[in-house]
Design a protein around this ligand. Structure first.
Ligand SMILES: O=P(O)(O)OC[C@H]1O[C@H](OP(=O)(O)OP(=O)(O)O)[C@H](O)[C@@H]1O
Ligand SMILES: Nc1nc2[nH]cnc2c(=O)[nH]1
Ligand SMILES: [Mg+2]
Length: 175
């Protein structure tokens, strides 16, 4: 495996687990007495979704959407393509979108409006990583795991050309 293009470890599995416990507890408090739907965004959110859902102690269901805008590039195409839509009806529900990273904000801006248009009760966002330096579209993010600097991140669900999603830590692509 061509790991020589991957830099050093930025965030460890232990740090991610601890942060998921903290954010899961915060979500549990914020929605006390309510039901929620966690919507994981494939493929990047696959590991983080598992971490968060374990630490939310509420009545909840899960669903998944798959969207793609990066393809095999490190730059967003700017066009969000829905590859797989929801299977469940979310009308009247409290929705939390679970994402791996907010970079330009294009994907989440699109998804938030898309889900709000389905007459949901509320839509919030929980992301493992936030890269504020990449922002091109303003977007309010409710639950943030870690802030990252201006590098192309890989590992823990995040890919470069579909690879490196399996790294059990957050790293970056060497220039
Ligand atoms: O804020 P943005 O600039 O829109 O970038 C964030 C999005 O980019 C990645 O998805 P990608 O299109 O690479 O699909 P993937 O999850 O299948 O890798 C990531 O998972 C986010 O969904
Ligand atoms: N793998 C990966 N996907 C992204 N999508 C948007 N920003 C990033 C990033 O830094 N890394
Ligand atoms: Mg990707």
């Amino acid at each position: 495996m061509a790991r020589d293009v991957v830099g050093e470890i930025m965030i460890t599995q232990e740090q991610i687990t601890k942060r998921a416990e903290e954010l899961g507890a915060q979500i549990t408090r914020d929605y006390e007495g309510e039901e929620i739907v966690l919507i994981g965004i494939l493929r990047g959110a696959v590991l983080w979704m598992g971490d968060i859902m374990k630490h939310v102690d509420l009545d909840m269901t899960i669903d998944f959407m798959a969207v793609s805008s990066y393809g095999a590039s490190t730059k967003s195409s700017g066009v969000v393509k829905i590859v797989k839509d929801l299977d469940s009806d979310i009308e009247g529900k409290n929705v939390i979108i679970v994402e791996d990273i907010v970079d330009s904000g294009t994907t989440l801006n699109y998804l938030k409006h898309y889900l709000e248009n389905r007459n949901t009760k509320s839509v919030r966002i929980c992301t493992l990583l936030d890269k504020p330096s990449g922002r091109r579209v303003e977007i309010e993010v409710d639950y943030i795991g870690f802030e990252v600097e201006d590098k192309f991140i890989v590992g823990y669900g995040l890919d470069f050309d579909q690879k490196y999603r399996n790294l059990p830590y957050i790293s970056f692509l060497e220039e």
